[in-house]
Design a binder for this molecule. Structure first.
Ligand code: BTN
Length: 247
């Protein structure tokens, strides 16, 4: 799959061929790209793997990355896109809009940057290194073609599950590259779209402590404002779980 992919993706995205590297297998596209960034790789470099042997998620989790069943994608960004909160929400909006436009499905955002459809996770995003002289944004989208392991079967979905058709990975990668290349480099204009797509805003969620709270606001810097009994709490990182069904 990887042999002609870089040339196809370059042609679809209007990028120079050398700015896109596609490998049959990597440990993790994020790990590999961070290594290359430290060695001076240029802004915008994209790494894609057909499979990952050690795909990584947020909070130390692993990301299911079997051969040919997902888009495993990382892009290198250099200043000025380095504010961690902004980068995380921007990546979620760019990816959600790309999937929605290309595949015709409305994808929701679960704070802070997981993408959901029908109450199940379709895509995970791992932004690393932000705030230094580079950031790597890694995106894993379940395309379909492999059964999920039992522990994911009830909570994960793929574009094939949703639309009945596995999308063209290279076309999706190219659209994602265009999305990042055209995204605003500063400011918070993407936050309106972030809030529109949020599956948490206005809903009751559970904090890690088990306490149920109402999500009343998402601030421009990505902070989640929750309320209970007149108390307001600002959550900056971590995870909350949805209490009632999926949106
Ligand atoms: C999450 O679900 O918490 C984030 C998952 C991010 C997965 C992508 S796949 C491409 C890139 N390489 C990795 O090792 N992780 C990200």
């Amino acid at each position: 799959m990887s042999k002609n992919s870089a040339a196809r993706i370059a042609a679809f995205s209007g990028r120079p061929r050398e700015s896109i590297l596609v490998f049959p297998e990597l440990d993790s596209t994020n790990t590999a790209l961070k290594r290359m960034a430290q060695e001076g790789a240029a802004e915008g470099l994209v790494l894609i793997a057909d499979a990952q042997t050690c795909g990584r998620g947020r909070l130390g989790r692993s990301f299911f990355s079997p051969h040919g069943s997902g888009l495993y994608f990382s892009i290198l960004l250099r200043p000025p896109v380095l504010d961690p909160g902004r980068l995380t929400t921007l990546a979620a909006v760019v990816t959600a809009e790309t999937i929605s436009d290309l595949c015709g499905v409305h994808v929701g955002i679960k704070w802070v940057n997981d993408l959901y459809y029908g109450g199940k996770k379709l895509c995970g995003i791992l932004a690393e290194g932000a705030g230094r002289d580079f950031a790597v944004v890694g995106i894993g989208i379940n395309l379909g073609g492999s059964a999920f392991p039992p522990e994911l079967a009830e909570i994960a979905t793929s574009l094939e599950d949703i639309t009945g058709k596995k999308p063209d990975r290279d076309a999706l990668a190219a659209a994602l590259i265009r999305g990042f290349d055209c995204a605003p480099r500063e400011g918070f204009s993407h936050m309106d779209e972030y809030r529109r797509r949020s599956i948490l805003l206005g809903r009751e969620v559970l904090l890690p402590s088990g306490e149920a709270v109402l999500v009343s606001e998402i601030e421009d810097d990505g902070g989640l404002i929750v309320e209970k009994d007149g108390r307001r709490l600002r959550i900056k990182t971590g995870e909350v779980s949805v209490r009632l069904g999926g949106k």
